[in-house]
Design a protein around this ligand. Structure first.
Ligand code: PLP
Length: 411
């Protein structure tokens, strides 16, 4: 018998530098509690609580029935890429040909591949905070450095162009924009995007990834503008989008990237060695989703109306509660609230509520409501509340939060 040697279980410095997703961790914890019989109301997840529209689901079922179950081209089927080009033209005023589209297993993969395709070690990726949890980690996976640019709740968490100007350096390679934003729900007005574009235009090395995954979940009077549609920006912008949020298709894993052919081909090279083409069945469903009509037609409008009612209810309820700073979200399905007036307060049996993390723990234990602390999004004063939950659950959650928070003293 040969002598057993101890296995070297060390990990690569790259993976050691990356944090696991806190939103996923919180969602998993809340789900485990529910499975153990604890009646937790889950307001942590970033996924619509609606079903995929029936015609879209049927298209997937038909694809299986018809044996449409083989590999597709790496970049996605021509049928889907053509439909995406049509959508981008009609809804976003963007002109692309199918060879400028790369279909992937979700917007997350699309954004990561874009970062990997263009960043060299030591490059900087500018990320306005609060940010989607994965952006800094994407930079780290590419051996680049995330440079966090804080924004203010009093400015609706929108990027200050002056701050951007002073942050750009020779090492800046990518600016990541997300509008409507996760976690804040802020929507970038066209005028501000134009100011940002003017600054970006002065830096030949600086590219932009614009994550537009929440594009359809937007509340009047806010209007979505695609960054790539601004003068001079098409050449340097990766537009990232997908089906998860607008069409309630998180599990189908389908997203895409649009950009100049040279960049899209580079992202395709990575994808061809990592995952190959996206799921054939999901791509058939994606074609049906884009066939629902302008901006997703009735099915999406109905969902957005319901999200808007929930947003109004929560904003109103937190205003009544007091002690919470609010920026009214204009899109997505999150509230990002500053609870700092409660930090330092004492909770009976808990000790001092130090920060958003301890307040989330307290609310999970005491109120059985699962929320995500803001440090995961680069702002530890705030807490993210997802309103992708039924109105009755939101009403119950609000009662519980109020009941738990009365024991704390706002300062
Ligand atoms: N981008 C943002 C801003 C998100 O909030 C999410 C999901 O929460 C994603 C991308 C991931 O989208 P997909 O499911 O298409 O990978």
């Amino acid at each position: 018998i040969s002598k057993q040697v101890e296995v070297d279980i060390s990990l690569s410095p790259r993976v050691n530098s990356v944090k696991p997703s806190k939103t996923i961790a919180m969602t998993d914890l809340a789900t485990a509690l529910v499975q153990a019989g604890v009646p937790v109301i889950r307001l942590a997840a970033g996924e619509p609580d609606f079903d995929t529209p029936t015609v879209v689901a049927e298209a997937g079922i038909n694809a299986i029935r018809e044996g449409y179950t083989r590999y597709t081209p790496n970049a996605g089927t021509l049928e889907l890429r053509t439909a995406i080009c049509h959508k981008l033209k009609e809804e976003n005023g963007l002109t692309y040909t199918p060879d400028q589209i790369l279909v992937s297993n979700g917007a997350k993969q699309s954004a990561l591949q874009a970062v990997l395709a263009v960043c060299s070690p030591g490059d900087e990726v500018i990320i306005p905070a609060p940010f989607y949890v994965s952006y800094p980690e994407m930079a780290r996976l590419a051996d680049a450095t995330p440079v966090i640019l804080p924004t203010l709740i009093s400015n609706n968490f929108l990027l200050d162009p002056e701050a951007l100007k002073s942050t750009i350096s020779e090492k800046s390679r990518v600016l990541i924009l997300c509008s409507p934003s996760n976690p804040t729900g802020s929507v970038y007005p066209k005028k501000l995007l134009e100011e940002i574009a003017d600054i970006v235009a002065k830096h030949p090395r600086l590219l932009v990834i614009c994550d537009e995954i929440y594009e359809h979940i937007i509340y009047s009077p806010a209007i979505h503008t695609s960054f790539a549609s601004l003068p001079g920006m098409w050449e340097r912008t990766f537009t990232v989008n997908g089906f998860s949020k607008a069409f309630a298709m998180t599990g189908w894993r389908l997203g895409y990237l649009a950009g100049p052919k040279h960049f899209v081909a580079a992202c395709g090279k990575i994808q061809s060695q990592a995952t190959s083409g996206a799921c054939s069945i999901s791509q058939k469903a994606g074609v049906a989703a884009l066939g629902l009509g302008y901006r997703g037609g009735e099915a999406v409008a109905k969902m957005v109306k319901e999200f808007e009612e929930r947003r109004d209810f929560l904003v109103e309820s937190f205003r009544e509660l007091g002690g919470v700073k609010i920026s009214e979200p204009q899109g997505a399905f999150y509230l990002f609230l500053d609870f700092s007036s409660y930090y330092g307060a004492e909770a009976e049996g808990y000790g001092i509520i130090k920060d958003s993390e301890s307040l989330c723990k307290y609310l999970l234990d005491k109120a059985q409501v699962a929320l995500v602390p803001g440090d995961a999004f680069g702002d530890d004063k705030c807490i993210r509340i997802s309103y992708a939950a039924s109105m009755s659950n939101l009403q119950a959650a609000m009662e519980r939060i109020k009941g738990a928070i009365v024991h704390l003293k706002a300062t």
